[in-house]
Design a protein around this ligand. Structure first.
Ligand code: SF4
Ligand code: SF4
Length: 170
């Protein structure tokens, strides 16, 4: 080892420590996931949300337009009639069954574009990993927003569109 290499050794240590201290002073870019979730941009296309009106009624009227628009056929909707005793949505019908196969979904947003009542939108959730394919079938209860999370939209449709196609099966 030459004398020059011996003298340069401490210099490298000082430069390395300077780099460490420089980054210590900067704001952190990492977050303590999963305790804290990353804030996503407003137009992020994460897992879908089925919305309600402010009074708790579901916006979805089971018209299946989202299922027809979906390019990969990953939405299944089965509608049922509202009754005076059991009203779920403002229209004639509501979605008795609403499922999305999240493994097939390509998160293109065509379903929210097709929905005439803004009943379905792409949400902020991106942590969708799981350990079994069956867990990627998001059922209505998974997608429906809780009552208190309603966005306060009280505008009601005057009539619900009728279904144009038979419901798909997986
Ligand atoms: S985001 Fe696209 S692929 Fe996914 S359910 Fe909606 S329409 Fe289908
Ligand atoms: S298009 Fe909208 S209202 Fe019609 S079934 Fe889909 S989510 Fe429901």
């Amino acid at each position: 080892m030459s004398i020059r290499e011996v003298l340069e050794g401490p210099l490298y240590i000082v430069r390395a420590l300077a780099t460490t201290f420089k980054h210590n002073a900067r704001p952190r870019v990492t977050i303590e996931y999963p305790e804290r979730q990353k804030v996503v941009p407003p137009r992020h296309r994460g897992r879908h949300i089925l919305h309600r009106y402010a009074d708790g009624l579901e916006k979805c009227v089971g018209c299946e337009l989202c299922a027809i628009a979906c390019p990969v056929g990953c939405i299944v909707v089965e509608a049922a009639e509202n009754t005076p005793e059991r009203r779920v949505s403002p229209g004639e019908r509501y979605a008795k069954r609403y499922e999305i196969n999240l493994l097939r979904c390509i998160y293109c947003g065509m379903c929210e574009e097709a929905c005439p009542y803004d009943a379905i939108t792409m949400g902020p959730r991106y942590d969708l990993a799981d350990d079994h394919p069956d867990k990627f079938i998001a059922v209505k209860e998974d997608l429906l927003e809780p009552l208190q999370a309603s966005l306060g939209d009280t505008a009601r449709p005057s009539a619900a569109p009728s279904a144009q196609a038979e419901p798909r099966k997986w």
